[in-house]
Design a protein around this ligand. Structure first.
Ligand code: SF4
Ligand code: SF4
Length: 205
């Protein structure tokens, strides 16, 4: 880890995470344009899983954004009071079974929300890239899935998700432990609230 990463404050860490997101988006452009594996219209099935594994670090940009909007304290209190592991607090469900819906803060969503359907991992045995995607898309578009799997192993550029998780660790490994998504968001909110509180104290003294 380089010295400048060690010295980053919480806000700078959030900025570094956002920088990583921008790079991921840039690197997945060709895949999005040519891959033919975009999400099913109106689908939010993967966001309806309360066990989406996420870290506080990847939700720092969301937590700072909520703080700027004056929503961090109330949301943190709500998440702390609700002990049940609910569906992601940012998710806006549009159907009773929660399978349809959309992300309420798409621009600040976490890394897990970004690697899905936009990146691959390497199979250790075959050394081939495997698209990280959902069972719905595999079932609905089997031919496109086969075709894109062949292409990401030949001429179609696609980011490798593990590399992005490694780079997330380089920013602050201590904040990369995985939790159910709402716990990760709560941890990020608590960190930001504490950080801004002490910052105000320092400015006042
Ligand atoms: S990745 Fe799959 S489950 Fe998630 S929103 Fe897209 S189509 Fe739906
Ligand atoms: S942050 Fe958005 S994309 Fe990620 S799990 Fe929550 S609702 Fe889904």
């Amino acid at each position: 880890m380089s010295d400048n990463l060690i010295e980053m404050n919480l806000f700078e860490k959030a900025q570094a995470v956002e920088g990583l997101f921008v790079e991921l988006e840039e690197q997945s452009k060709q895949f999005h344009a040519e891959g033919g594996m975009g999400c099913l219209s109106g689908c939010g099935f993967c966001c309806s899983n309360p066990e989406v594994p996420a870290s506080a670090l990847e939700f720092l940009p969301l937590a700072f954004d909520l703080y700027e909007k004056g929503l961090a304290e109330e949301l943190a209190a709500q998440l702390a009071a609700d002990k049940s592991k609910g569906v992601c607090v940012v998710y806006r469900a549009q159907s009773a079974d929660l399978s349809k819906g959309f992300c309420g803060n798409y621009a600040k969503r976490g890394l897990i929300c970004r690697v899905f359907g936009a990146s691959a991992r390497k199979n250790n045995k075959t050394n081939l890239k495997e698209l990280i995607t959902c069972k719905l898309l595999k079932a609905e578009r089997p031919e496109a899935f086969q075709e894109v799997t062949a292409r990401i192993n030949s001429d179609l550029d696609i980011p490798l998700a593990p590399a992005y998780y490694t780079r997330l660790k380089d920013i602050d490994e201590a904040l990369t432990a995985l939790h159910p998504v709402n716990e990760a968001i709560l941890l990020a909110l608590e960190l930001v609230l504490r950080y801004r509180f002490y910052e105000e104290e320092d400015n006042a003294s």
